[in-house]
Design a protein around this ligand. Structure first.
Ligand SMILES: NC(=O)c1ccc[n+]([C@@H]2O[C@H](COP(=O)([O-])OP(=O)(O)OC[C@H]3O[C@@H](n4cnc5c(N)ncnc54)[C@H](O)[C@@H]3O)[C@@H](O)[C@H]2O)c1
Length: 292
């Protein structure tokens, strides 16, 4: 029997989680947005208010629509508040052990019919599903940053995921006005980020070897390849720490030194220059956080 989705849980009120929650709320779902940190919840809400205000002033959304969407989002630090949801999108820190611990707790709280999905950029759901009693209801539902704007969502079916779960996840993504694609098999990094990863690696190689500046490499990607944004500006947007954690995760999985974060990325993370969110990454920004 297919699951009828009415209530959505989003875990993690950071860059991705807060926007995913708003996307769902704008499509009429009731949302419970949970985060362990009250500070993150308050920050996530403030940023959403600014982003929504901008859309209202540009005439893209009405004040009534935005107000109604906010009313549908419950901001909470209690995981128990997810006891009545039909699907959860987990968007917490990109660390496998922390995600496993969360899914194990969540499995005991969420109703038996609920789908538990992870928004992880790299971690396939089979690395998490085994801590639950419902592996057939666990999958990846991967949004892109900024989730309020980016249309594509990758739904990834692991060997444990049932066809019904994959189908329900695809239908759910369509219902929030996004374009889902289905990966029939798991692969770390999925489709978009695997392709992007190759581009980033080459851009960093050219920079580290003094071939061209990061500004010029970005210009090449925009003006010769017709990309809307260059790889360094994109790293600043997604967070240089995200790139670092993704590479560390890959290195831990493969043991291959070539998978380690690049020297430049490591230096940026050590200096706390993480991109737009800290006001400085490769480029310098007047005001953090990211404007979308
Ligand atoms: N940033 C991106 O561009 C991007 C794009 C697609 C997917 N993702 C994935 O989305 C996830 C979140 O990334 P982000 O950039 O939004 O991170 P973020 O650091 O902005 O936010 C993470 C949030 O999770 C909260 N958190 C940490 N542990 C928690 C727990 N146990 N329970 C509840 N909340 C917890 C933190 O307080 C924080 O608010 C990651 O898995 C990442 O790989 C990120």
């Amino acid at each position: 029997m297919s699951v009828e989705i009415k209530k959505v849980g989003v875990i993690g009120a950071g860059t991705m989680g807060s926007q995913i929650a708003m996307v769902c709320a704008l499509s009429g779902y009731s949302i419970t947005l949970q985060d362990v940190s009250e500070e993150s919840l308050a920050k996530g809400k403030n940023i959403l208010e600014e982003q929504m205000q901008k859309r209202v002033s540009k005439g893209r959304l009405t004040a009534e629509t935005v107000e109604a969407a906010f009313k549908r989002i419950k901001f909470t630090s209690s995981l128990e508040a997810l006891s009545d949801i039909d699907i959860v999108i987990e968007a917490i820190v990109e660390k496998l052990e922390i995600k496993r611990e969360l899914f194990s707790k969540l499995d005991k709280i969420a109703p038996a019919h609920a789908i538990l999905a992870t928004n992880s950029s790299t971690i396939v759901s089979s690395k998490i599903a085994d801590v639950t009693e419902r592996p057939e209801k666990v999958c990846n539902v991967h949004f892109f940053n900024p989730a309020l704007v980016m249309e594509l969502v990758e739904v990834v079916r692991g060997p444990h995921t049932s066809a019904e779960t994959a189908e329900t996840a695809m239908e759910f993504v369509k219902s929030i006005n996004k374009h889902p694609i289905l990966l029939n098999k798991e692969i770390s990094g999925f489709v978009a980020n695997r392709i992007l990863g190759k581009l980033m690696d080459e851009a960093v190689y050219l920079l580290e070897n003094g071939i061209a500046s990061y500004e010029d490499i970005d210009i090449v990607c925009k003006k010769a390849l017709n990309h809307p944004i260059g790889p360094f500006a994109l790293m600043d947007l997604t967070g240089i720490d995200v790139n670092y954690l993704v590479r560390m995760q890959r290195y831990q999985e493969s043991g291959d030194e070539r998978d380690k974060p690049s020297r430049i990325v490591q230096e940026k993370v050590e200096k706390g220059e993480l991109g737009r969110k800290t006001g400085k990454g490769f480029y310098t920004y007047e005001a953090a956080p990211a404007k979308v």
